[in-house]
Design a protein around this ligand. Sequence first.
Ligand code: PEP
Length: 245
Amino acid sequence: MAERLPLVVANWKLNGDKVLLAEMIDALQAFESNEVETVVCPPFVYLNENTNGVKKGAQNIAEVESGAFTGEVSGRMLRDVGCQFVIIGHSERRAMYGETDAVVAKKVLATLHAGLVPIICVGESEQQREDEETIAVISKQIRAVLDDLPSYSDSLVFAYEPIWAIGTGKTATTEQAEEVHAEIRKVLASYNQELAQETRILYGGSVKPDNSKELFSSDNIDGGLIGGASLDVESFTTICKNAVA
Ligand code: PEP
């Protein structure tokens, strides 16, 4: 079994400020562990802040590198300010900003082209789960990305985020999450058997200090994408600690 370094990512969405960022950076520096990788994704405007070596990521990226695209931020610009990761295809962007699988695929290519790591979000709605379509929905979302890549990249990260669990307080049980993560790895393995074992698959959806340890102890859950709980320094650092085996 491949050793996968756990990854815990803070997705601040449209929240936070400079003060919270400074507090989070201090706490993550104090925590510093080589057994878990941690990343903070604040809104774009804070990405230029000095994070003293704490890794940072963006919550979005332009499909293109430059040009007349008012309001967009390119991968080259993100790299320029020291960004290393980009969250792509979050269900909020799919639902509120019309990001289709095709757009997500283009953004993944733009991210890789800029030398950044895409964190590709996939997940089903409550209705799709009730209709037993979870695996079909997720496979389609993953294949849309992988079919467009010239070859499987070892820097891909996936995040399974059931839509019904995001910001709702409803977490998938560890068994529910593990079942989907194992299926995701099977889909990845159909593209590249070896690299699929090295690809990190994060779980996201109401992860909190008290449910994170159990989730992260599951075989195919390699860390988390954390929304609400990442806005509290103590909660987020506890979740990061819980990712250490
Ligand atoms: C998210 O939006 O990526 C997320 C997982 O949010 P929350 O942790 O608040 O459910």
